[in-house]
Write a protein that binds this ligand. Structure first.
Ligand SMILES: Nc1ncnc2c1ncn2[C@@H]1O[C@H](COP(=O)(O)OP(=O)(O)OP(=O)(O)O)[C@@H](O)[C@H]1O
Ligand SMILES: [Mg+2]
Length: 364
């Protein structure tokens, strides 16, 4: 999968910007605040129809009415013209100039895998951060999962509203609560099995990726901790009192968590910052392999400031790996000092400066 050409109009700091990417490694070099992350954000937006940072509306250039991201993308099957228009009224997604009204039909038209400084939150952050990340990663390759999640959310909302209502009553009639709990349990069972199989797949690649990047023989495992996974309906029904007391549903996929273990120790408390970056990177590369298995194509790699916490050995390992995959990678960095000459020759290099992107060297 590739993005061949990108056009930004009033997107973040770019008023009008055109970028023609090359097929392999694209390096964007610029000082702090020059607009490197904003460029990656635009490509991310193109794939997932949302920003990874903030509300959509923040991507609109200050004092502008709307933003437009247009791109020519290429998959093995076809070339596509993608367009997203973002305004205060909402967003519009178009494929080959035809509007796609349902976002879940648009998401995954092209796949990206991103590695951003804030991704450390997957280790350090809250369970919510981890769920969000996994849902997004998995959702872009499996629409049935996305649909089941939205079905679950709707049922959960209904159930919580009912709990609030019943908790105010002296002798609550739980007939309706039983029915919703049964429906919710079916949905939980599906989501838990989706998540389990995704995590199993991640672990097939994760260890290998981590050992390759870290040169260490340690056991690295990503673990899924569902809040409820067996006898779901019975368990939920046995917790009515607690749910009524707290006026909310206390078990289910919205309370699941994941954790990273290194030689059976919890990573969060036992690994250095740099090691954690390598772990996240290994996770991204593993997920990229899953995407490849699923859609038979490598996703586009978006790597933001990935070098800042990796030593030069690992920086070069990573780029060499990406070059070997023959995947398209879009990488930002403040400088090229540690990158080997032979890698630079194989990459296309852009300068980001004064709200403008200029091509400096093209490998063709
Ligand atoms: N909606 C917007 N309109 C105009 N400018 C914006 C908007 N949002 C962000 N900016 C500006 O874009 C600039 C570039 O931000 P960006 O995060 O892309 O920089 P960067 O090159 O990634 O920097 P760093 O190396 O520090 O990560 C910032 O100065 C920011 O103020
Ligand atoms: Mg940045």
């Amino acid at each position: 999968m590739r993005v061949k050409e990108l056009q930004l109009y009033n997107f973040r700091n770019y008023e009008k910007q055109n970028v023609v990417f090359s097929e392999g490694v694209n390096l964007f070099v610029g000082n702090n605040g020059s607009g490197k992350t904003n460029l990656l954000e635009a490509i991310y937006f193109l794939s997932l129809a949302k920003s990874y940072k903030t509300n959509d509306i923040n991507v609109i250039k200050h004092d502008s009415e709307f933003s437009r991201i247009s791109a020519i993308t290429q998959t093995k099957k076809r070339n596509l013209n993608l367009k997203i228009i973002i305004s205060s009224k909402g967003k519009k997604t178009l494929v080959n100039n035809q509007e796609i009204r349902k976002l879940s039909d648009y998401i995954g038209t092209i796949n990206v895998i991103s590695f951003l400084p804030e991704d450390l939150m997957i280790i350090k952050g809250s369970p919510k951060d981890r769920r969000y990340f996994i849902d997004l990663a998995y959702g872009q390759i499996d629409r049935t999962y996305l649909n089941e999640l939205s079905n679950y959310r709707a049922l959960l909302k209904q159930r919580n509203e009912l709990l609030k209502k019943l908790s105010d009553e002296n002798n609550p009639d739980i007939t309706l609560l039983d029915i919703i709990t049964e429906q919710l349990s079916e949905s939980i069972e599906l989501i838990v099995s989706f998540r389990k199989s995704f995590v199993d797949k991640i672990n097939l690649f994760l260890q290998k990726m981590y050992r390759f990047l870290s040169d260490k023989d340690t056991n690295f495992v990503f673990k899924y901790n569902p809040s409820v996974s067996s006898n779901i309906e019975t368990t939920l029904k046995s917790k009515y009192r607690n749910d009524l007391y707290l006026k909310t549903t206390n078990l289910g996929p919205h309370r699941d968590d994941y954790e990273f273990l290194i030689d059976d120790l919890v990573v969060k408390d036992n690994s250095s910052q740099g090691e954690q970056r390598i772990m996240i990177l290994a996770l991204m590369l593993a997920i990229a392999d899953i995407i490849n298995d699923k859609v038979n194509e490598r996703p586009i790699f978006l790597l933001d400031d990935v070098f800042s916490e990796l030593d030069s050995k690992r920086q070069n390992k990573l780029i060499k790996y990406l070059l070997k995959l023959e995947a398209q990678a879009i990488i930002t960095t403040t400088n090229l000092e540690n990158i080997q000459e032979i890698i630079l020759k194989e990459s296309t290099i852009f300068r980001v400066q004064d709200n403008t992107i200029r091509e400096e060297y093209r490998n063709e």
